[in-house]
Design a binder for this molecule. Structure first.
Ligand code: CP
Length: 312
């Protein structure tokens, strides 16, 4: 049984197979979808909110003929929170063929996998990992740059979060990667990720005091991957947030300075970190990135359930 729990479990070859399958499923979807998951049930088990991940997994299941068990969460889980997490997983796994789990604590996807009789897909476990978001990010890079090897990427914003962590684990599988981490101290990249990148010989630099709206930091890179600096970090100090976001948002000047071949990515939701001009810029591919999530998650479901369209 294949549980999708963390980025480290993939090989470069697995990634290529998954990305090829994602592209083929896009074509199948354009021709009306498929029924290869007919009779299968996906349970959405979200202990914290999600819009993009949850809906794209549910849409992926429905587009391939499957069914979903879903819930508005809080009311049902209030009783579950008092009970044993493992019991919840065992009960739900008896009713479904795959569980997509988001939990507010690190390590809970692995705990679920230890007792589940069906595949667990980690849709985000606390600050630890969000491997399926990072898979669609990587797919987007692969597709728009024609490959991941040799890519230079500026990661800007909240680098302590699970998406960036998973993406770093994936990037470490490729050759010639260089990363600039650009963030306030508050959300800097964690030491365990830096150690992992060093072990895998990935070049990286850290910048905590960017100047001039990021112009010099983004003008040479292939990818600007920007994440939201949550206002929650500045709860009692909204003025500090406003000052900080001025330094870590992509300015219109930086957008103009970027290479024509570069791309701007964002896992969404966004707040104030992109200039108004970026939405009409052909290099801004965050909505396409989000759409690719549907194809990648269709491919993930086919893979974990070992059910594929007949005419791939
Ligand atoms: N990008 C992402 O994970 O969004 P959700 O929290 O809405 O799933």
């Amino acid at each position: 049984m294949f549980h999708l729990l963390e980025a480290q479990q993939f090989t470069k070859r697995n990634l290529r197979e998954l990305f090829d399958l994602s592209s083929r499923l896009e074509t199948i979807l354009a021709r009306g979808g498929d029924e290869c998951l007919k009779g299968k049930i996906l349970t959405s088990l979200y202990f914290t909110p999600s819009l993009r991940t949850r809906f794209s997994f549910e849409a992926a299941m429905l587009r391939l003929g499957g069914s979903i068990l879903s819930t508005e969460a809080a009311d049902i889980f209030s009783s579950e929170l008092k009970g044993r997490f493992e019991d919840t997983i065992q009960v739900v796994s008896e009713m479904s063929d795959v569980i997509v789990l988001r939990h507010y604590e690190s390590g809970f996807a692995k705990r679920a996998a230890a007792v589940s009789c069906v595949p667990i897909i980690n849709a985000g476990d606390g600050p630890a990992q969000h491997p399926t978001q990072a898979l669609l990010d990587l797919y987007t890079i692969d597709r728009h740059l024609g490959g991941v090897d040799g890519c230079s990427i500026a990661m800007v914003g909240d680098l302590s979060g699970r998406t960036v962590r998973s993406l770093c684990y994936f990037l470490a599988k490729f050759h010639g990667i260089s990363i600039s981490f650009i963030s306030p101290d508050l959300t800097e990249i964690k030491d365990d990720i830096k150690e992992y990148l060093q072990r895998h010989k990935v070049r990286f630099t850290e910048i905590t005091n960017p100047k001039d709206g990021l112009v010099d930091l983004v003008k040479e890179v292939d990818v600007v991957h920007i994440t939201q600096l949550s206002k929650e970090y500045f709860t009692d100090h909204l003025e500090d947030y406003k000052k900080t976001i001025r330094n870590y948002a992509l300015s219109a000047k930086a957008l103009r300075a970027m290479k024509r071949s570069a791309v701007i990515m964002h896992p969404l939701p966004r707040a104030d970190e992109l200039p108004d001009e970026s939405d009409s810029d052909p290099r801004a591919i965050y909505f396409r990135q989000n759409r690719y999530g549907l194809y990648v998650r269709m491919a993930i479901l086919c893979t974990v359930l070992s059910c594929y369209p007949k005419f791939l």
